[in-house]
Design a protein around this ligand. Sequence first.
Ligand SMILES: Cc1ncc(COP(=O)(O)O)c(C=O)c1O
Length: 345
Amino acid sequence: MIRVDLRSDTVSHPTPEMRQAMYEAEVGDDVYGDDPTVNRLQEMAAEMLGKEAGLIVSSGTQGNLSSLLGHATRGDGVIVGEMSHIYNSEAGGTSVLGGIVLRTVPNDRQGVIPAEAIRAVAAPGDYHKSPVKVLAIENTQNNAGGTAISPADTAEMVGAARDLGLKVHLDGARIFNSAVAQGVDPKELTAGADSVTFCLSKGLSCPIGSVVVGSAEFIDEANRWRKMLGGGMRQVGIIAAAGIVALESMIDRLADDHANARKLAEGLAEMPGVSIDLELVQTNIVRFDVPPGTGHGFAARMMEEGVYMNEGDSALRLVTHYGVDSEDIDFTLIAAERSIKAAAA
Ligand SMILES: Cc1ncc(COP(=O)(O)O)c(C=O)c1O
């Protein structure tokens, strides 16, 4: 029986308060713009992230896609970090559906895109290259280990983009994790971006949904793309109601997930054969390596022990979330110790 599910924060379940709010939600047809619960969520989200308007979307992928299609067109280049979720894990949607060329550049180990890399790729005037129109950044940076990109690093990336006349999209799937981890107002992390996507369905524990925020004009444009992508939903206040509960009551508690991730990382760091960079464990994601070839066996044994995790050859990831407490971490560490021994045998 699975006791602890650490595959992702997306496995988190809605809270009882969310379920109640969903049951009671006042709804309307959101494609007509007349769902009051959706409108309230969108206004709240925009206000919290310092933008004029918001747009509920079905997923983070749909939010990133609607945003990039809103900023760039066929043949345009969008700079993304080679670690980015947009490049690695969104099925190439921007290229397939938008004819957009993703111009990948290296991230540093914290997940920041160095300003010189932006300048090198986006320099105008070479007709052999796709003209770069957008810089897309990610905070927290999932593939770097859920790292919380600072306001200063964000400002540097945004500054380089602005000098080149680029729009900036922020994939802030876990932007509230980043803000809580750094003790900053999320607006400090979103200030330079023209558009931001954040997810309700990850650490904030909602069953479905993400929100895009930006200027009122941009959100109109993103709405057109959302419609084209099949994301115009109707009585979606049912979903938005959970989102409102999340924004009101689920942000501060992300600090618990971060503390649990840290405890887990420190415990794993003690184990033979585990390689982990504790500096990069800044939020709710713990990335670590086990000896090559032992990752699948380790994960399979963890499953038998009651801990659900994704497999890999050597590089592995565990993610804490609402529903995982400190005792579950103790349980996980005991399971990990036994599983490492078994996988190595
Ligand atoms: C950084 C980041 N961006 C975007 C997404 C996409 O979100 P969704 O799974 O809701 O499409 C994810 C999902 O894990 C993510 O980690």
